[in-house]
Design a protein around this ligand. Structure first.
Ligand SMILES: CC(C)(COP(=O)(O)OP(=O)(O)OC[C@H]1O[C@@H](n2cnc3c(N)ncnc32)[C@H](O)[C@@H]1OP(=O)(O)O)[C@@H](O)C(=O)NCCC(=O)NCCS
Length: 176
């Protein structure tokens, strides 16, 4: 059901992922563009360190991906500029950055989103993971909270909330 894809495999189905992306975000963001996702966003992110993408089913009903983020990258620097210096020092840099989670509208409310997020963070070597999502009450933030993500900043100033997950806390007790 779940497949884990590396850079080459993900780029091999970039067009299909772009369609899922555009369908998933259409209601919230009519400008979500399948071609831009497949030809610009995904190739840029797939080249980043430790890129990992998970899909659900063939044809793809949903996917999620991320990579290791560092200061100097656009997202890391934007978040660092919006949070306290202590939080930035603690969380940003070497974190696993969750970039997208998307499930086709026709496949929702069956646990696919939760399964994708669980598979995405499973076995990651990073100490911590970060993501931004909607600050208001919606399926995505509810899903992250249900899976143990902690709310770090309720509103970063542009309607997004910052969530973090301690990855090493989930392993075998005593093994860090
Ligand atoms: C957010 C998103 C990925 C969730 O995907 P999903 O596959 O529907 O997620 P799940 O099925 O795991 O959970 C969704 C809901 O279904 C419920 N659910 C899960 N399995 C269920 C089942 N078998 N029967 C009934 N309900 C179920 C969950 O409890 C959850 O309910 P809630 O929203 O009231 O908390 C999807 O809505 C989406 O693609 N949204 C647009 C893009 C987006 O917002 N991405 C995240 C940006 S940060």
């Amino acid at each position: 059901m779940i497949a884990v894809l590396d850079q080459i495999a993900a780029l091999g189905i970039a067009a299909e992922l772009g369609e899922v992306f555009a369908a998933a975000f259409a209601a919230d963001d009519p400008s979500a563009d399948a071609v831009r996702f497949a030809t610009e966003q995904l190739p840029t992110h797939a080249a980043r360190d430790d890129f990992k993408l998970v899909t659900y089913e063939t044809p793809v009903a949903g996917f999620a991906y991320g990579f290791t983020g560092y200061p100097g990258q656009w997202w890391s620097d934007r978040i660092a500029g919006a949070v306290s210096p202590e939080l930035a020092a603690d969380w940003i840099g070497g974190h696993f950055e969750v970039v997208e989670l998307a499930v086709r509208p026709s496949a929702r409310c069956q646990g696919i989103g939760a399964e994708l997020m669980t598979a995405l963070v499973d076995g990651l070597p990073q100490r911590r993971a970060l993501l931004t999502t909607y600050a208001d009450d919606r399926p995505a933030p509810r899903l992250y909270r249900r899976l143990g993500w902690q709310l770090l900043v309720e509103d970063l100033g542009w309607g997004s909330a910052l969530y973090g997950l301690e990855l090493l806390d989930r392993g075998v007790p005593g093994v860090r």
